[in-house]
Design a protein around this ligand. Structure first.
Ligand SMILES: Cc1ncc(C[n+]2csc(CCOP(=O)(O)OP(=O)(O)O)c2C)c(N)n1
Ligand SMILES: [Mg+2]
Length: 886
């Protein structure tokens, strides 16, 4: 557009005047209508008009249309100055003696954006309002603490323990509900997760509302993020969902301080314009807050548009540089490009020019943007606020490339900071960087209190519990505890679907259940639920589904219960997280079951799974079609042999690899009890498989062993002189272990006790905890772990096999009283039949048998020759390449 020459300026002028007259007499909406009509006409007549999602580089809301803040600006400014100082002080003080780090520059640029929210917009949960949810930018945490401190919600001692948490009283570096469960709700510092989770939170809120579970009237989700953060694929990856779902309860605030950690975000371009087109293109309501009020008179004078032209042509790198200098520099390098512009500012001093502020630092502009955003209907809103990184830090970092990590400020900079914000701190103590407090009868304190009270009270108070749910006892799952009967084979995935069916029909739990799928229901045999429960859709079903004639048709419904996320594990996980924290954010416990291809779980969205632990999520993750050799045919990128290893890295994730339907029933029932009745902040990861086999009846009294991670499945009394062995297995491979025990008995006269081990992870956790206690209580009677208790008096050696990497079963080695050999599926998967894969990865019955014979040989109980004979007999190739390296 800019590059097109104006071949007839007079004609241009006539058109512009016509438009101006419409604007004046009939308003902007009519003008918009006419322009759209003209564009449409031109396009239909064959003109090629490339789409531009950009508007001019000025504020979206014209000055005359700004809603005025009802606040007391002088007081607010003073409060903000205190908050700014304290936020900086806590970082400087923390780094005086320790090197614990922290950030000053980010919050310095964002202070006004938060302040206006606290004073005027963010509702706490109260009788009148369900409460807004705010995702603060992770490394702006010092500013949030500083605000809480001024309100007396945090003490000076706590501020001085910023980032010093090991003794239990410190403040966490970033928002972490795990570390500060009464304060923080959303961990956002892993960049990209905040924006993504906020979108799904907004959608989940609509879901809860339309299902009548929660009153969501007037509630908003605010998400704060950095302009650099928008480069994360997670940040922009889900933005099209929000307009599609008409999430007008969602407001993004992107702090465009033009810098990230290393330097400019878009030195050669304009991040605000780029984001504007991304979001407008996706269908968002975009509000640009670029220029502060001091620019208004200049822009009003800019009748020829030259100032706007200069604003547009100046790139972000330049905008950053000029704010690291002074007024004289701005005059020369910004206005100086055109004599008319120099003339425009001729009667302004350098200081006046320096005062020309950016939108994000102007409380009036920010207020107007927020006020407009909360009223906007039918679309999500993004506010693009232009700010200066390190605002107020002066020579210590303002708009400088090093500012992100600046944790020290000298006396001169401190004084400059103090003077700039009109603070009274005597010179002789300024180097101590004292905290500033507000007396309880000061106008500032009273004002803060009053503003917060009107909005339902202090904002950062996370709820830890909701009403407990009565969970059905195990007999409710009776059909799963019984043998399936000869010839009736089924998989644990089918068992899971039966459990889910029982739960959704439960009078108490039913409506709390949230089944979540990412376009994989048919894979898991869950399509029956489409019709039964309905797939949630905010608009219902506007079409006749292709399979409408069928019993199990694809039913979308406004009151549907299933969340169908499409091919989007990260989005589905974000929905799961929203549901799994609903007890805290909405005061209602929800019971989410997200079932996914296990390979596309932890390794694909591992960082969200980690955040879910931090957030104290309660819910179930089901790794479907699990096992490196059990999902036959699908190959390297599908066959999971390590999700349990990743699951074990999350301290409050309880994970199981069950073999049988009854094990799954016991695990799910107890999980429900722990999470929804006892309200423990844990979540479950359970692998379920698609291999069909007959399901035995639960051995009497197995429940506790199942939950602890191991129980005696079967035992064989030893005949005198015959060697004995303890065999362990989990998931589908337990069945190979059972088959190996038969071979061992029949062909080698070896007796085996068989242990089903639904969770090596849980076994290790418990055993480590016992060992730790024993180490620290050396004079007390030693405790013993579940593994030790199980094996007490049992004759080894011990052999374990699973469908996961060897390290999975290996992790209990320390607690196994004897020679322990482990088989597992290390290496890249590949496609073939289960039988072939189990042979390839050396976890089938024959390899298990050989492994047992080999350890027995090492103990001198059989001869090495017997081992070699077995290898020969089973046709195993001793020189076969190692599957790990193939
Ligand atoms: C996933 C991830 N990668 C890297 C970081 C490290 N990091 C923290 S802040 C930051 C720069 C942030 O820049 P921006 O988003 O523009 O925020 P600003 O501080 O400028 O407000 C980086 C790279 C992180 N926290 N998370
Ligand atoms: Mg930035």
């Amino acid at each position: 557009m800019e590059s097109l020459p104006d071949i007839d300026p007079q004609e241009t002028q006539e058109w512009l005047e016509a438009l101006e007259s419409v604007l004046l007499n009939e308003g902007a909406e009519r003008a918009h209508f006419l322009l759209e009509k003209m564009v449409e006409k031109a396009r239909r007549s064959g003109a090629y008009l490339p789409y531009s999602a950009n508007t001019a580089y000025i504020n979206t809301i014209p000055t005359g249309k700004e809603e005025r803040s009802p606040g007391n600006h002088a007081i607010e400014q003073r409060i903000r100055a205190y908050v700014r100082w304290n936020a900086m002080a806590m970082v400087l003080r923390a780094n005086k003696d320790t090197n614990v780090g922290g950030h000053i520059a980010s919050f310095a640029s964002a202070a006004t954006l938060y302040d206006v929210g606290y004073n005027h917009f963010w509702h706490n949960t109260s009788d009148e309002h369900g409460g807004d949810l705010v995702y603060t930018q992770g490394h702006s945490a010092p500013g949030i603490y500083a605000y809480a401190f001024l309100l007396g919600k945090l003490t000076e001692e706590q501020l001085d323990k910023f980032r010093q948490e090991a003794d239990g009283k410190g403040l966490s570096s970033y928002p972490h509900p795990w570390l500060m469960p009464d304060f923080w709700q959303f961990p956002t510092v892993s960049m990209g997760l905040g924006p993504l989770m906020a979108i799904y939170q907004a959608r989940f809120m609509k879901y809860l509302g339309s299902r009548g579970l929660v009153n969501t009237e007037g509630r908003k989700i605010w998400a704060f993020m950095g302009d650099g953060e928008m480069d994360e694929p997670e940040s922009l990856g889900a933005i099209s969902l929000a307009p599609r779902e008409k999430l007008d309860n969602l407001i993004f605030v992107i702090n465009c301080n033009l810098q990230r950690l290393d330097g400019p975000v878009r030195g050669n371009g304009k991040i605000i314009q780029e984001l504007e087109s991304d979001f407008r293109g996706a269908g968002w309501n975009v509000i640009k807050v670029i220029w502060g009020s001091y620019w208004d008179p200049l822009l009003a004078k800019d009748t020829k548009g030259l100032l706007q032209q200069r604003m547009m042509e100046c790139v972000d790198g330049e905008y950053q540089t000029i704010k690291s200098k002074d007024g004289a520099y701005v005059r020369k390098h910004f206005f100086g490009k055109y004599p008319e512009l120099l003339e425009m500012v001729a009667n302004m001093s350098d200081d006046d020019i320096w005062r020309l502020n950016r939108g994000g630092h102007d409380p009036h502009k920010v207020y107007a943007a927020y006020a407009s955003a909360v009223k906007h209907k039918g679309q999500p809103t993004v506010i693009l606020a232009k700010t200066i990184k390190g605002y107020g830090m002066g020579e210590a970092g303002e708009a400088q490339n090093i500012t992100h990590q600046q944790k020290k400020m000298g006396t001169t900079s401190l004084k400059a900071f103090r003077n700039r914000f009109g603070l009274e701190i005597p010179d002789d103590i300024i180097d101590d960087v004292p905290y500033l407090t507000l007396a309880e009868d000061s106008p500032e304190y009273l004002y803060m209190q009053q503003q917060r009270e009107a909005l339902g009270g202090f904002f950062h108070c996370r709820k830890k519990k909701a009403e407990a749910l009565k969970v059905p006892e195990l007999p409710a799952f009776e059909s799963l505890l019984k043998a399936s009967g000869e010839g009736r084979e089924s998989s644990t995935t089918m068992a899971f679907v039966r459990i889910l069916n029982i739960l959704v029909k439960d009078k108490v739990l039913g409506k709390h259940v949230v089944p979540i799928v990412a376009d994989e229901s048919r894979t898991f045999g869950m399509e029956g639920m489409f019709r039964q429960l309905g797939i949630w859709s905010s608009v219902g079903q506007l079409y006749t589904p292709q399979d409408a004639e069928q019993l199990m048709y694809y039913k979308e419904d406004k009151s549907g219960q299933i969340l169908q996320e499409g091919i989007n594990e990260a989005g589905a996980m974000s929905s799961w997280i929203a549901a799994a924290t609903s007890y805290s954010t909405h005061g209602v416990q929800m019971i989410p079951f997200f079932i996914f291809y296990s390979m596309f779980g932890f390794q694909r969205i591992g960082d969200l799974a980690w955040a879910a632990g931090d957030m104290r999520c309660r819910g179930f993750l089901l790794g479907g079609t699990a096992g490196r050799t059990t999902l036959n045919g699908e190959g390297l990128q599908h066959e999971d042999g390590h999700s349990h290893i990743v699951a074990s890295t999350i301290p409050n994730c309880v994970s199981y690899d069950p073999t049988y339907a009854y094990e799954l029933a016991v695990i799910v029932q107890d999980g429900l009890r722990r999470m929804y009745q006892e309200q423990e902040d844990i979540y479950y990861y359970i692998t379920v498989m698609n291999e069909n086999y007959s399901q035995p009846e639960m051995p009497k009294g197995a429940e506790q062993g199942i939950l602890k991670g191991m129980y005696l499945f079967s035992e064989r009394r030893k005949k005198s002189n015959e060697p004995h062995v303890q065999l362990l297995g989990s998931g589908t491979i337990l069945r190979e272990v059972i088959a190996a025990a038969e071979i061992l008995k029949k062909e080698f006269k070896v007796n085996a006790d068989i242990w089903s081990v639904p969770s090596f992870n849980e076994l290790r956790r418990e055993a480590l905890s016992v060992a730790r206690w024993n180490m620290l209580h050396p004079t007390k009677k030693a405790k013993s772990s579940h593994v030790e208790n199980c094996f007490k008096g049992r004759e080894g050696p011990f052999v374990a096999a699973t469908d996961y990497m060897k390290i999975y079963a290996d992790q209990i080695r320390e607690f196994v009283p004897g020679l322990y050999r482990v088989l597992g599926t290390d290496g890249f998967g590949r496609s073939d039949t289960r039988e072939k894969l189990r042979s390839f990865f050396e976890v089938d019955r024959y390899y298990i048998t050989v492994a047992v014979l080999k350890v027995l040989a090492e103990e001198g109980k059989v001869t090495t020759k017997q081992v070699a004979q077995a290898i020969d007999k089973f046709g195993l190739d001793p020189d076969k390449a190692d599957p790990v390296t193939l």
